[in-house]
Ligand binder design. Structure first.
Ligand code: FMN
Length: 149
């Protein structure tokens, strides 16, 4: 059974909702899943899984909160060659060029760790609506297809 590790950062619950939707999808598709809030996770947890997922808010236009900056520093030390990754997150388009910026920061970090992106980043606005849920569902199906879960 393929293992998927989800780590999420959420202040007001939107990214936590995304993590719950994705975890349920992946369970339905046959993955062995584990989901942890970033403050309680260590990036080395990813070494135990086939698929590494990070779901994050963006607060602060170009900066990271301490909790995701700490995890980012841990992540950068890892060799994730041979593993797949996906990033997702909720932001707000009124922040213009900074929309979901931390999602893309993490995409770059996973690539630098040698991991392979399994599906394009899913970026949504605020709390997940029907369209956002469909995008998460679609991403989960792509993960299952590529990993033959
Ligand atoms: C002070 C503040 C700063 C924010 N900065 C950004 C930003 O730079 N880019 C962005 O896309 N969204 C920004 N947002 C919007 C949040 O990322 C968005 O509401 C997200 O859904 C929150 O996720 P959460 O509920 O998981 O905490 C900001 C929100 C607040 C309150």
């Amino acid at each position: 059974m393929m293992k998927a590790k989800i780590v999420y950062a959420s202040m007001t619950g939107n990214d936590e909702d995304m993590a719950e939707i994705l975890e349920e999808d992946l369970q339905d598709l046959g993955f062995d899943t584990d989901s942890t809030e970033v403050a309680f996770a260590d990036a080395s947890d990813y070494l135990e899984s086939d698929l590494c997922i990070f779901i994050t808010y963006t607060y602060g236009e170009g900066t990271m909160t301490d909790e995701i900056a700490d995890f980012y520093d841990q992540l950068k030390e890892l060799d994730l060659t041979g593993k797949y990754f996906a990033v997702m997150g909720s932001g707000d388009k009124t922040y213009g060029e900074h929309f979901c910026e931390n999602v893309f920061d993490y995409q770059s970090a996973f690539l630098a760790c040698g991991a392979t992106e399994i599906t394009a980043p899913v970026t949504i606005e605020n709390s997940p609506d029907d369209e956002a849920i469909a995008a998460i569902d679609h991403a989960a199906e792509e993960m299952a297809d590529k990993l033959d879960a």
